[in-house]
Write a protein that binds this ligand. Structure first.
Ligand code: ATP
Ligand code: MG
Length: 423
């Protein structure tokens, strides 16, 4: 759990029947989604129901195995709330294992508490501790100040408090579950990334071995062949190409390794596609490649990192141009709005070429780091990192990339990105 500022809520007091109170509260718990708002609502409700002057809500922080103070209500400015309780603290142990309220006063049906616990409650200027449990797990608890215990004199009051606490615990538990999911997704993405960096490091060593060998050979031979101008001329060109290749590899790896959290802005994909096509027009013209575009007229807007998505599209467009070679061809770029099961709206960009296509065996490897069929030596040889980077960026955008290819016919790459909800 990330650290959040402590919030101070204000209690309200409305005259409601217990049933009205419970119904309204349960409805709110079902609709609220923000952790701070839920915590505030729970605390205000419990203070209100028990007519307490003050209260403090502590929420489980699983990562640090403790309960942190996240919200207080203090009508008399007297709270001495502790910032957190370790899960080993006697108060937590008692709330987590006994599953009932702890009260400093003698209350029917509630076992008396130990003098040590009574001291803890008094030190926090509280008279009552209410556990918020879900499936026997202590999610949170509330400490309430004077005169909190009065409600507990009647069985109805105790039942109401139990029901309110249960409803609050359910809502907080789903927030904690959502945080856990988010955390594990981030962790998985980082692990994936580390794994591919490991492959990249291995691949890099392999890739630079050949150019290094040629540079080394040149340096070894140069002293004895220094008068052979043809040798020096030809070999120095090869060596320069090799140096360029190593420089390019280093640059691409640096680009990939730099962890770039996308900076998302609300964008029009058609406009980004058009600006990328403008960049490649001259190159396509020189290779007699005809560019066609079919852009959807009502394309929903997308949250994306403009530079990164441009990088994706340029990589795909340049791959298509490379594939068609010098013999000319057709490059078709389309955008669509698509609806997926569950009625979620996505945008799709398709880049279709009339190149030679990709064999089934190669298709499995095109996203692998260093997989390339552009082996011509020199500055313009492929590094095989283009599609690895494309894949990484699309993943960071929670999008999808697919490829369909038929040998002798052509290849189509489709990039799907979730659209912004229409409000
Ligand atoms: N549109 C396409 N048609 C045919 N083959 C393709 C196409 N796009 C990619 N490929 C194949 O996938 C391989 C990997 O592409 P990728 O973009 O990762 O690397 P590259 O283009 O070879 O090198 P780099 O992008 O680093 O200059 C290419 O070498 C090519 O064999
Ligand atoms: Mg490429």
């Amino acid at each position: 759990m990330t650290d959040r500022p402590l919030r101070h809520a204000t209690a309200s007091s409305t005259a409601l029947t217990p049933l009205q109170r419970l119904t309204r509260f349960t409805q709110d718990m079902g609709t609220l989604t923000d952790r701070a708002v839920i915590a505030e609502r729970i605390l205000v409700e419990l203070c209100d129901a028990t007519t307490s002057h003050q209260g403090a809500l502590y929420l489980l922080d699983r990562e640090h195995d403790r309960y942190d103070l996240v919200m207080t209500v203090d009508l008399q400015n007297t709270t001495a709330a502790l910032p957190s309780f370790a899960s080993t603290h006697a108060l937590i142990q008692s709330l987590a294992h006994k599953h009932h309220f702890l009260s400093v006063a003698d209350v029917a049906d509630i076992p008396p508490i130990t003098p040590e616990l009574a001291d803890t409650l008094r030190a926090a200027q509280s008279t009552l501790a209410v556990p918020l449990l879900n499936k026997a797990r202590l999610i949170a608890f509330v400490l309430l100040g004077f005169p909190a215990d009065r409600l507990l004199d009647h069985a109805d009051g105790r039942d109401l408090l139990t029901a309110l606490a249960q409803s609050g615990a359910n809502a907080l538990d789903s927030i904690l579950a959502h945080d856990d999911l988010h955390q594990s997704q981030t962790l998985m993405r980082r692990t994936d990334r580390l794994r591919s960096l490991e492959i990249i490091a291995g691949g890099f060593a392999h890739e630079i071995r050949n150019p290094l060998t040629s540079i080394k050979t040149f340096i070894q031979l140069a002293p004895e062949r220094k008068d052979d101008t043809e040798f020096i001329h030809d070999f120095s060109r090869i060596v320069l190409d090799d140096v360029h290749r190593i420089e390019r590899l280093i640059q691409e790896i640096l680009d990939y390794a730099r962890y770039m959290e996308p900076k998302l802005t609300d964008e029009d994909l058609n406009e980004i596609v058009t600006s990328c096509l403008y960049f490649i027009e001259v190159k396509a013209d020189s290779k007699r490649i005809k560019i066609e575009k079919e852009l959807a007229s009502e394309l929903p807007r997308v949250m994306l990192d403009r530079q990164q998505i441009k990088q994706v599209l340029l990589n795909l467009l340049l791959n298509a141009i490379d594939a068609m070679g010098d013999g000319g061809g057709r490059l078709l770029v389309r955008t669509h709005r698509i609806t997926k099961p569950g009625a979620t709206v996505w945008t799709q960009i398709e880049i279709e070429d009339s190149g030679p296509g990709i064999s089934k065996a190669n298709l499995e490897h095109i996203f692998d780091p260093f997989f390339t069929t552009k082996h011509t030596s020199g500055e313009h040889a492929g590094t095989g990192l283009g599609l690895t980077i494309v894949h990484q960026i699309i993943q960071e955008h929670h999008g999808e990339i697919q490829v369909e290819s038929t040998e002798g016919v052509g290849t189509t790459f489709s990039v799907n990105l979730p659209a912004l909800p229409i409000d």
